[in-house]
Design a protein around this ligand. Structure first.
Ligand code: LIP
Length: 276
């Protein structure tokens, strides 16, 4: 049995340290490189922070496994096993970071038996530390989080993102979903530029739901626990069960809101995170 409190304490400590590195890097020149597309950005800080987190975890938990955004980009396999696994996004909101748009998070999920047991999201420019443990609630800087109780979609704010895929068919589908949702109408559509912070907004009760197609497991592993521990629900965009590797998610305050969104989202599939 893993000592989840030890895992949580270490995740919080290393996320804080990583946040300092990110804040310092904001005052330097940021050398920007690209990954899967011209708008899929990465910086040396993403790589440095991921190494910092992995090294520090390895010292404390030498047998644990890792899935890290930049390690996968460098060619490591993205396979979720039953083993204790740290799922790391060193900078969630890299485009925000590049532009100094003030929502940037370090996202650390910890899973066993393919179930997320601990989630830590440090919104490092706001200095907000979000934490969740399965069965023990979700917190921001130690204060308990609770999703909103609004189940009328017409009174809702919905978060989403457009990601970094600019294939015309994908863009058309995203606009189709957005058009349907705006026309319901909902009260607003927002996006912080990071999946992790969008999910913290759901958990905090500021918005009713977040959905996206194209995200990765490292973007939403920690956030998924944050939302359920704050009383919310998770769903695939077609209404089925959430699949951590499918790159699709609805995270909502309630089944009512999630199922209403399923009716409006134009679903499509992208290669899975664990595709060979
Ligand atoms: C980002 C996600 C965001 C998505 C972006 C990107 P990154 O993560 O948080 O939801 O729309 O395309 O995947 O790359 O900044 O860690």
């Amino acid at each position: 049995m893993a000592d989840f409190q030890r895992v949580m304490d270490h995740a919080v400590a290393v996320a804080r340290k990583a946040g300092e590195v990110v804040r310092e890097a904001l005052s330097d020149d940021r050398k920007v490189m690209t990954k899967s597309s011209a708008v899929d950005l990465v910086t040396q800080t993403d790589q440095k922070v991921e190494q910092l987190i992995i090294q520090s975890v390895k010292e404390k938990f030498p047998k644990h496994r890792f899935i890290g955004e930049e390690s996968v980009a460098a060619g490591e396999a993205c396979i979720l096993t039953d083993d204790p696994t740290w799922i790391i996004d060193p900078i969630d909101g890299t485009t925000n970071f590049v532009h100094a748009f003030p929502f940037v998070a370090i996202s650390i999920g910890f899973s066993i038996n393919k179930q997320v047991e601990v989630g830590v999201i440090y919104s490092c420019l706001e200095d907000k530390m979000f934490t969740a443990r399965r069965g023990k609630g979700a917190f921001c800087n130690g204060e308990p989080l609770q999703v909103s109780d609004q189940t009328d979609i017409h009174q809702a704010i919905i978060c989403t993102e457009f990601g970094s895929n600019r294939d015309p068919e994908v863009v058309d589908k995203m606009f189709c979903s957005l058009r349907n949702i705006l026309s319901l109408p909902v009260q607003g559509v927002r996006g912080a530029g990071t999946a992790a912070i969008n999910m913290c907004l759901v958990a905090s009760g500021c918005v009713e739901a977040y959905y996206e197609i194209g995200v990765h497991v490292w973007d939403f592993a920690a956030g998924s626990l944050m939302v359920t521990e704050a009383g919310g629900v998770l769903m695939d965009v077609d209404g089925g069960e959430l699949d951590l590797m499918s790159r699709r998610i609805i995270a909502a305050n309630s089944r009512t809101i999630a199922e209403r969104l399923v009716k409006e989202i134009a679903p499509f599939r992208l290669p899975r995170d664990d595709a060979p």
